[in-house]
Design a protein around this ligand. Structure first.
Ligand code: SF4
Length: 254
């Protein structure tokens, strides 16, 4: 298997996975979405809430705030098998008028804090008060979407070939795969093709195929992890699972 990085920022990475197969690509996608531990608020103890919103609604919004956390929690959790070892409390006390934002929560651990401090939680009007203690825990996207580490999608790598193609395909293609050169259509950016097949309906000059051994992945972190961390934890987990499976098969066939 080969990997070619197409684009990389802190929160997003696009890459091509080559010499692979659909089963592996899908397992990798599911792992990144559902089985990477991230930190999120799990329960909230409200001491005061005179806002116009119920406690439950505010708690729900708090749960969706992505939190940056200390990666050493992974080891603590796996050693102790207990969520409480990695619990962190965040407190807030505010009085209106103001917009309460994620960054207003004060964490008892300086390595755990909201990934985006400007996420609005609620607007408090004159004299309205909000005071709570929230407890964040490590969890998995497979249990609740609030712990999902990243949005992950992939598509088969397209192959687009032209031979005497009608120049109309340049305007028909929704993703600018073609360009006009000397009155003819030719392929400009094959990777942009979304396999909609509209160009193949214009005439016989274009062939579009999907390569089921190469996949274009788009990974966007929606948690306190960077996109690179999501990839790296997913690969470690995959390796661990493959090892466990190998050992279990060996024991069974002995
Ligand atoms: S299949 Fe669709 S996206 Fe791909 S080149 Fe043809 S028109 Fe463009």
């Amino acid at each position: 298997m080969d990997v070619k990085i197409l684009e990389k920022t802190e929160n997003r990475v696009k890459f091509i996975l080559e010499k692979s197969n659909p089963a592996f690509a899908n397992a990798f996608r599911r792992l990144m979405k559902a089985e990477i531990p991230t930190m999120s608020i799990e329960y909230v103890d409200f001491e005061e809430n005179t806002s116009g919103m119920f406690d439950e609604l505010i708690a729900h919004r708090l749960g969706l705030v992505p939190l940056v956390f200390d990666k050493s929690f992974y080891e603590l959790k796996s050693k102790s098998k207990s969520a409480t070892k990695t619990e962190v409390t965040l407190v807030l006390e505010k009085e209106g008028p103001c917009v309460v934002k994620a960054g207003d929560m004060k964490s008892t651990d300086d390595k755990v804090y909201p990934a985006e401090k400007d996420i609005p939680i609620i607007e408090l009007l004159e004299g309205q008060r909000l005071k709570f203690e929230a407890v964040a825990q490590l969890g998995f996207g497979i249990d609740h979407i609030k712990w999902q580490a990243a949005n992950v999608g992939y598509r088969y790598k397209p192959s687009v070939k032209t031979s005497g193609a009608d120049p109309k395909v340049v305007d028909i293609c929704p993703t600018d795969v073609f360009e006009k050169k000397d009155g003819k259509a030719r392929v400009k950016s094959e990777d942009k093709c979304i396999l909609c097949m509209r160009c193949t309906e214009v005439g016989s000059g274009v062939t579009v195929t999907a390569d089921d051994t190469s996949f274009i992945f788009d990974v966007e972190s929606v948690s306190g992890l960077t996109a690179s961390e999501v990839l790296s934890v997913a690969l470690d987990t995959l390796e661990e699972r493959a090892k466990e499976l190998g050992e279990s098969v060996k024991k069974t066939v002995k």
